[in-house]
Design a protein around this ligand. Structure first.
Ligand code: TRH
Length: 397
């Protein structure tokens, strides 16, 4: 890492590997650190950057990364330095400032760190990594600089997105190959079923559904529809915020990891929350994925299977235009009736009516084709880490 040094102009190419500091404040849930950790691993593993992550909640982080020791102020995992960031003033044991500084989701950098950035021989390249939105305006604001009101520093807004001209979304170089290998190996899938559920894979006529969601009033009706459905439904539920609804439906005291229950044509397995890389296999074994927030929403798209998004709810329904913007991209080439069914279902799942399983299921073949085509379309926007490092190279010359 470069040491703090006297003032001067724009960022310059560092002699060794590019040093990058990522600052992450965990608001709630797993998405903030989920995105930062995935980005950190890609920057280090695929681009050879020397990465340090400052995160204020190591307990949440540990759920995604079980090898992390939450009591340690500083540690290295997978070659990445992790600092427990005690907001707002702590910025690591030393005030080394990296070549590239990423402030995730407008978390505020410690003032002493910003002051040190301004003191550095070459100002670092400073990004504000925004939340993902599929709305059209994002492309206009992506990579716009914003001068700091007090220091000779520029902050660049980096907007993830689903369309051309945006920063794209994170995708590891080996992701498609890993998925193809898993999907092409009956043994790997059988191993997954045995270790995740304790059971053999379900029969071919079953529809396998993964359910990762916030509390949702629509789930009760959906569970009844699955119970009464004409063909078997196998539900895989990572332990979490929706588990209480499952427990009520099956009249169990809880639906903790390891629980299994059956009613009518619905059988459900409660799964342990896995480390982050393990989550993909759940999406790959399922025919339909319910996802939420930001990172699982992206992973479902790369899994190339139909999915239903429970968007993170915001005040004044600010999330609803984002939901519709994502639908517009995702359904663009779907036949009108399949498109309408998916829209109805997503809206119902996000607090606007009753989800209609039969209506959705009827269009499954078209939805599946579209999911595969969309994954290829989305890949054209480029991987976020690759887009960020390419831009950084142009700035650090
Ligand atoms: O946890 P989330 O609801 O996070 C949300 C969103 O990011 C939202 O935009 C943000 O404002 C809010 O947090 C504060 O959903 P998300 O983004 O899908 O993150 C979940 C992470 O958990 C993702 O990285 C995948 C990971 N995961 C595992 O590692 N193991 C598991 O078993 C499961 C189910 C998920």
């Amino acid at each position: 890492m470069s040491a703090v040094a006297p003032v001067s102009g724009s960022p310059a190419a560092p002699a060794g590997p590019i040093a990058c500091d990522i600052f992450c404040a965990v608001i709630d849930n797993f998405g903030d650190i989920g995105v930062c950790w995935r980005l950190a691993r890609q920057l280090a593993g695929e681009h050879g950057w020397q990465v340090r992550v400052f995160v204020d909640d190591l307990h949440v982080f540990q759920r995604l990364c079980p090898s992390l020791a939450p009591e340690r102020a500083r540690q290295t995992v997978e070659g990445i330095v992790i600092e427990h960031w005690h907001e707002p003033s702590h910025a690591g044991d030393t005030l080394e400032v990296a070549d590239v500084v990423i402030e995730a989701f407008a978390c505020e950098l410690p003032p002493i760190y910003i002051a040190a950035m301004a003191e550095r021989a070459r100002a670092p390249l400073w990004f504000n990594l925004e939340y993902l939105s599929a709305e059209d305006w994002v492309a206009d604001f992506h990579l716009r600089p914003s001068p700091h009101p007090r220091y000779a520093l520029n902050k660049t807004f980096f907007f993830p997105g689903l369309g051309p001209g945006t920063g794209g979304v994170l995708k590891e170089r080996d992701l498609d190959a890993a998925r193809a290998a898993f999907e092409g190996s009956p043994a790997a899938r059988a191993d997954w079923w045995r270790s995740a559920t304790g059971h053999a894979p379900p029969p071919a006529d079953a529809t396998v559904v993964s359910l990762f969601a916030y509390e949702n009033p629509a789930v009760d009706s959906l569970l009844e529809q699955w119970r009464d459905s004409a063909s078997p439904v196998v539900l895989l539920v990572p332990e979490g915020r929706i588990s209480g609804a499952l427990a009520r439906f099956f009249e169990l005291p809880s639906f903790a990891a390891g629980s299994h229950a059956t009613r009518g044509n619905l059988s459900a397995h409660a799964l342990a929350f896995t480390e982050q890389p393990g989550y993909d296999a759940l999406l790959w074994v399922s025919d339909l994925n319910f996802v939420r927030g930001e990172d699982s929403f992206v992973r479902a798209q790369w899994a190339a299977k139909p999915f239903v998004w429970h968007i993170y709810p915001q005040a004044d329904n600010a999330h609803l235009p984002k939901l519709d913007a994502a639908l517009a991209h995702y359904t663009r080439t779907l036949p009108a009736n399949a498109r309408a069914a998916l829209e109805r279902f997503w809206h119902a799942w996000n607090d606007a009516g009753q989800p209609d399983w039969a209506d959705l299921h009827r269009h499954y073949p078209a939805l599946k084709r579209r999911a595969a085509a969309w994954a290829l379309e989305l890949a054209q926007v480029g991987d976020l880490a690759g887009n960020l490092t390419s831009f950084a190279k142009t700035q650090l010359k």
